[in-house]
Each structure stands twice: as structure tokens, then as C-alpha cells.
Write a protein that binds this ligand. Structure first.
Ligand SMILES: [Zn+2]
Length: 396
């Protein structure tokens, strides 16, 4: 019977898998990649190469980052975290001592660009982690340049407050406009939709607000503003809990007018569903000292842990909605709460993820979110047992 302090993976097996994954990622991205993104491209690959601990991979990582910067420089500015400049600069800042043995840049042109784009009266873009305000917020919270963290977070909070809708006076939520959806989603949701995922939705907004409300470099007045909006976001999320007979606790989407979107079964994943909700509730409970939210988080997480793998909808080993992502979030919940249910679930899900990670699967996909880079990073984190630097990228 494993104890809650046992490692989540067998160290030696995991170390040899990580070495194979890093070799494959270095090889795959050396072949004319023209995608500079964090989620699928060069910037994402940099993370596994930098974290692998091998000098030859750090050399490749520096080359990939330089190529990513050149590719971004030749395109129209894109400030999204997962596909744009915030992901690139966030990576430069976080890895500057690892890759260049230097402190982060004292000035960044991106900070001026963000101040300008956030000055609009009303933000019309995404509010989510992947492409929107929350993704810029992840960059803002980690910004090492004096004064920038607070300034950017204040501007982001202004936009989130203005764009929130209030189904009840004590609730807040955010609509993804139909014009922002990809074509097949727009056909299903022509008026837009409210997303509940950590990657694309209100759960992600709540997790970020909790981080702002607890951040030591944010002044008290701003922390309190974030906390008030967080209270309203959590009130809305909790109001969307499904009836007990559902196999899952929270849906993928809700119509803009609040009407439920019937879903037979929501997949177990980082990007959408109960694990992300459990994580956001855990963070919110810490930020606000709310024992009732911690209990709601425990119930939601425990229900996710009890789901049979065959009924979970998980079909690949990756980070976004695959086995490594499920194992990694359970590992984060275990560390945050000390609850052995989550450590046991993380161990079981690591076994499952590694079973799914056959060589032909790996060789088809080198990316961070849905590929070998993310699998390698999550496996390294499980071996080391400490929160990895890149966790903030996933709001973890
Ligand atoms: Zn996903």
C-alpha cells in the first residue's frame, strides 16, 4: 500500500523516459520548425530542453528561442500567452539564469505594447488563459521589471471588471463572444458561450484572481479588488454544479443567457472539467481563507479521483487532456492539500499515462500541450516532487 509521501513515479524509469523525450524533442524541433508558439512550437520545446539538465540541450534551447524571437519579429504583434509574445518573453524571463546565466532584461518592449493594448475602453478579445487577458495576467504576475507587475495587473483587473456580466448581484462570469470562436464552435454557439475550463474559461479567471489576491508584490488595494471579483466568480462557478447523478461535477459550457448545455460526460483533464474547478477552488480557498470552498474543492477532486480510467475519456498521454495532465493536476492537488486521495490518484494516472506513451505515439507529437515536451516536463516534475517553474503557465 503506497503512503502519501512515496514518489509519484519510479525515479530511474522516469529519468530514462525523460532523457529519451528530450532527445526526441531536440531532434524534432531542429527540423525547420516555423511555429514559434509555447503550446505547439519552439518556445514550448525550450522548456523541456532547459529543464533536462543537459548542456547540449541548453545549447539547442538557446538556438530555438532565438529562432522564435526572429519569427515573431517578422509577424504582426500577437500578445497571446500560448501563441504570442507574452509566452516568449515569459520564457526569456523565467529561463534567463538557466540558459544565459544572466538576470532577466531590465527593459522589455512588450511591457510598453501591453500597456498600450490594455488602455482601450473595453477589451473585445478573449478573456482566457490561452489567448486572452488571463494569459497576459500570467506574464504580468511573473514580470521581474520594477513596477510592471502591479501596473499590468491593475490594467487587466480594470478590463476583467468591465467585461464581467452579473447573472446575480453577487456573481460574475465572462462570455466568449461568438466572433472569437472557431467556425465549428460558432455554428454550435452563434451567440457565444460561457466556458468553464481552466484553459479557456471562468475557472481560469478565478485561478488567476486568486493568485493576484495572494501575490506579495501586489499592493493591498489591488489584492482586495481581485478578491472581490474572485468571490463573485466562485459564487457563479459553484452555482453551475451539476446534479449528483451526473458522472461529472461541472459542464464544459453554459449558454450566454445562463441556460445549461446538456453534456453526457465531461472528460477528465487539465483544460476543462472537474480537475481544473477543484484546483481553482483550492487556490480561492487559500486566498480567502474559506473552509467551505476548500471542502467544495475536496469533494470535486475526490469525485474526479474516483472516476474509472475507462470512463474518463482520456485517450492519450499528453498534458492538455491526456494522462500526464490528469496525473500532474492530481499531483498539484496532493501537494496543496496533503490529501492522500490525490497522491494515490496521481500514481495511478502516471501508470496509465506511461502505458499510453508508446514510442509510435511519442514520435508523432513533439509539442508542449499535446506532445512529448509536456509529457517530459510533467514527468520531471513528478520525479522531483516540487512545483515546476512552468506550472504558472497552466495556472497551477
Ligand atoms: Zn485540452
Amino acid at each position: 500500500m503506497p503512503s502519501s509521501t512515496d514518489p509519484l513515479v519510479c525515479h530511474d524509469n522516469a529519468a530514462s523516459r525523460v532523457a529519451e523525450l528530450a532527445d526526441f524533442v531536440a531532434y524534432a524541433f531542429a527540423q525547420n520548425c516555423d511555429d514559434p508558439s509555447l503550446s505547439r512550437g519552439l518556445v514550448g520545446a525550450t522548456w523541456l530542453l532547459a529543464e533536462s539538465g543537459e548542456a547540449r540541450h541548453r545549447h539547442t534551447a538557446r538556438r530555438l528561442l532565438a529562432l522564435a524571437a526572429a519569427l515573431h519579429g517578422a509577424r504582426a504583434p500577437n500578445v497571446a500567452l500560448f501563441a504570442g509574445l507574452t509566452g516568449l518573453q515569459w520564457t526569456f524571463d523565467a529561463l534567463s539564469t538557466v540558459l544565459y546565466e544572466e538576470e532577466p532584461d531590465a527593459e522589455a518592449e512588450l511591457d510598453r505594447l501591453l500597456a498600450e493594448v490594455l488602455r482601450v475602453e473595453r477589451w473585445r478579445g478573449h478573456h482566457d488563459l490561452v489567448s486572452g487577458l488571463v494569459g497576459i495576467g500570467v506574464y504580468a504576475l511573473a514580470n521581474p521589471r520594477a513596477g510592471r507587475c502591479g501596473e499590468l495587473c491593475a490594467a487587466l483587473l480594470d478590463q476583467l471588471e468591465r467585461s464581467a456580466i452579473r447573472p446575480e448581484p453577487a456573481q460574475a462570469t465572462w462570455i466568449t463572444d461568438g466572433s472569437l470562436l472557431v467556425s465549428h464552435a460558432r455554428e454550435l454557439f452563434p451567440r457565444g458561450r460561457i466556458d468553464l475550463g481552466l484553459a479557456h474559461g471562468v475557472t481560469g479567471v478565478a485561478a488567476w484572481l486568486a493568485d493576484v489576491a495572494m501575490h506579495p508584490e501586489i499592493d493591498l488595494a489591488l489584492q482586495l479588488r481581485a478578491a472581490r471579483l474572485l468571490d463573485a466568480a466562485i459564487a457563479w462557478i459553484l452555482s453551475r454544479r451539476e446534479a449528483q447523478e451526473h458522472p461529472h461535477g461541472y459542464p464544459y459550457f453554459v449558454e450566454p443567457d445562463g441556460q445549461a448545455v446538456p453534456t453526457p460526460r465531461v472528460r477528465l483533464a487539465w483544460c476543462y472539467g472537474d480537475l481544473g474547478v477543484a484546483w481553482a477552488l483550492t487556490r480561492a480557498a487559500s486566498a480567502r481563507g474559506r473552509a467551505d470552498w476548500a471542502e467544495a474543492a475536496r469533494c470535486t477532486g475526490a469525485r474526479a479521483a474516483s472516476r474509472d480510467a475507462c470512463d474518463s475519456g482520456v485517450a492519450d498521454p499528453w498534458l492538455c487532456h491526456g494522462g500526464a495532465g490528469v496525473a500532474h493536476v492530481f499531483g498539484c492537488l496532493a501537494r496543496a492539500t496533503g490529501d492522500p486521495i490525490f497522491a494515490d490518484a496521481a500514481r495511478r494516472w502516471w501508470q496509465r499515462a506511461l502505458d499510453l506513451a508508446q514510442e509510435h505515439t511519442i514520435r508523432a507529437a513533439p509539442a508542449l500541450l499535446e506532445g512529448a515536451t509536456g509529457l517530459g516536463l510533467a514527468l520531471l516534475a513528478a520525479m522531483r516532487g516540487a512545483p515546476p517553474r512552468w506550472n504558472a503557465l497552466l495556472l497551477l
